[in-house]
Design a protein around this ligand. Structure first.
Ligand code: BG6
Length: 514
């Protein structure tokens, strides 16, 4: 399945190429992810005329629906969740006939034979040329049996002589620890080669996350100071004001460490800290991310307990509204010790970063939704100016606002107007909204399009996902050990447990309050 233009990223320009014809088979097609994310993303790609000219969707799930009911379900999902608003009839009509549904029990081999027959028929009827993408949007427990059954039905490869490509998109969470991720990789590889596998971390599809690479490597002035000589520390925050939103059952198993830390936060760390790649090809970028993830000093046992903090939200007020505590949420144990907040200090053992701590934190029911990376520079070596009579004036901070209010701000010291000699901190501020004035594509639009184009740059590679688990699994084990203190509670609407403040203050630093 080739793109119409070969890797135009290398030329510094990507002209939104259209993928060649293909079929997207969505497992878990009646679930939340399909309704909230995949249907709106595919619709918006159709709206932007970025879908292949011949494109089909086959929804697969257990529920006994017919095509009409499935199409209605997708349409409702688009109406409620698309960034472009309610469905526009002409666009919907241009795609609706190419959407169908096949009820299959995931463990039933005959269902996959029916699927194989149906895909062959679509290839003949609509010229999709053996190009298939299987999207696993099911609970992760179903991944192994779906993959095995796809293999048994001969669906791991495109039909002989078709010249088509078969790809597999796998949603997170990819495993629940290092061992299970390895086992899952091994089982997938019994059917699919690594080049066919696209592991989703939707943060990589966000414009502002992709912009990290552009900012770092399209500008000459930052790279010389992007290291231990100029940077004091880095803070990466993924704060959410929402709670677990009815996903208590899933979250009880996951917790903040597996839900956000293992994937989104570590990806942000990797993109901030990686060395320049030799090109923008998928493997060149991913090689550098893997290298830096492997250089993160592992935290285990007592060291893990000393360098991390967790917490769980109790009842409180968020946005002026009273909200229940985590243990009162549905499908959450009344004595649950699952963390809804996690913070850690990592050291990266490399020449670039030795001695520069990376503080990462995430939490639910914090005061506001904000994801940012703050690069805090060393203070000026000699203070000619004082601030409020003190002898320290503070330091420059470069903040990547990943969401919301997307942009980049640089804080610097300026002379306060007047006759006194006083320093004031001001910011140079870039905002996507004002500079570009366009509504950027959602992460899933970008990722689905890239998977159709066969560009894996924004997907997590096998060794990358394992490197992430290698960091997170020993921390979880330390938390589960008998020496670990209990999980402190924090009030919903606060910035996490007081222990988190004490933790960073011990290093002589403070968390930002974005
Ligand atoms: C998901 C997590 O991966 O990311 C959710 O499972 C979380 O718990 C979500 O709410 C946050 O994504 P975003 O794009 O809203 O920052």
């Amino acid at each position: 399945m080739a793109a119409e233009r070969a890797n135009p990223l290398r030329e510094g320009l990507r002209l939104a190429p259209r993928p060649v014809p293909c079929i997207m088979v969505i497992f878990g097609a009646t679930g939340d992810l399909t309704r909230r994310m995949l249907a709106p993303a595919l619709y918006n790609l159709a709206r932007e005329r970025l879908l292949p000219l011949n494109f089909s969707v086959v929804g697969v799930a257990r529920r006994p629906l017919d095509d009409t009911a499935f199409r209605r379900l997708l349409r409702e999902g688009i109406d409620s969740h698309s960034r472009s608003g309610r469905v526009e009839a002409p666009i919907w009509e241009s795609v609706v006939d190419n959407i169908e549904y096949l009820p299959v029990e995931f463990g039933d081999a005959s269902g996959y034979r029916r699927l194989a027959n149906r895909l062959a028929a679509i290839d003949r009827e609509r010229g999709t040329a053996g190009n298939r993408i299987f999207y696993l949007a099911t609970p992760p427990s179903a991944y192994p049996e779906i993959v095995e059954n796809l293999g048994a039905a001969g669906l791991g490869r495109s039909p002989e002589g078709s010249g088509g490509e078969t790809r597999l998109i796998v949603e997170k969470p990819f495993g629940h620890d290092l061992d299970s991720a390895r086992r899952l990789n091994a089982r997938i590889h019994q059917v699919f080669e690594e080049r066919q596998v696209f592991r989703i971390d939707h943060y990589l599809g966000k414009e502002t996350v992709q912009n990290l690479l552009f900012f770092r490597f399209a500008n000459g002035i930052f790279e010389p100071i992007w290291n231990r000589r100029s940077i004091d520390h880095v803070q990466i925050t993924v704060a959410e004001s929402i709670g677990v939103e009815g996903r208590g059952g899933y979250y009880e198993e996951a917790g903040a460490l597996k839900d956000i830390f293992q994937n989104h936060l570590l990806q942000l760390l990797a993109l901030t800290a990686m060395e320049p790649p030799v090109s923008l090809e998928a493997d060149a970028v991913r090689n550098e991310k893997v290298k830096v993830l492997r250089a993160v000093r592992p935290l285990a046992g007592a060291a893990a307990l000393a360098a991390t903090v967790r917490g769980q939200y109790g009842a409180g007020y968020v946005g002026g509204r009273r909200v229940p505590g985590y243990r009162e949420e549905t499908r959450v144990a009344p004595d649950s010790s699952t963390e809804t907040f996690a913070a850690a200090r990592f050291e990266i053992d490399s020449w670039r970063w030795a001695g520069v701590p990376f503080y990462l934190r995430t939490g639910k029911r914090l005061p506001r939704r904000v994801t940012e990376i703050a690069v805090v520079f060393e203070e000026a070596p000699l203070s000619l100016f004082t601030r409020d009579g003190g002898d320290r004036i503070g330091s420059n901070v470069l903040v990547f606002r990943i969401q919301p209010d997307e942009g980049i701000a640089l804080r610097f010291a300026a002379k306060q107007p007047g006759f006194q000699t006083a320093v004031r901190w001001v910011t140079m501020d870039f905002r996507y909204g004002t500079s570009f004035g366009i509504d950027p594509p959602d992460a899933y639009e970008r990722l689905l399009l890239d998977a159709m184009l066969g560009d894996a740059t924004l997907f997590t590679r096998e060794d990358e996902v394992e490197a992430q688990w290698r960091i997170v699994t020993p921390i979880e084990e330390a938390w589960r050990s008998s020496r670990a203190p209990g999980v402190p509670l924090y009030e919903a609407g606060s910035w996490g447990p007081p222990e988190a403040d004490a933790f960073i203050e011990r290093d002589g630093r403070v968390w930002r309050r974005p």
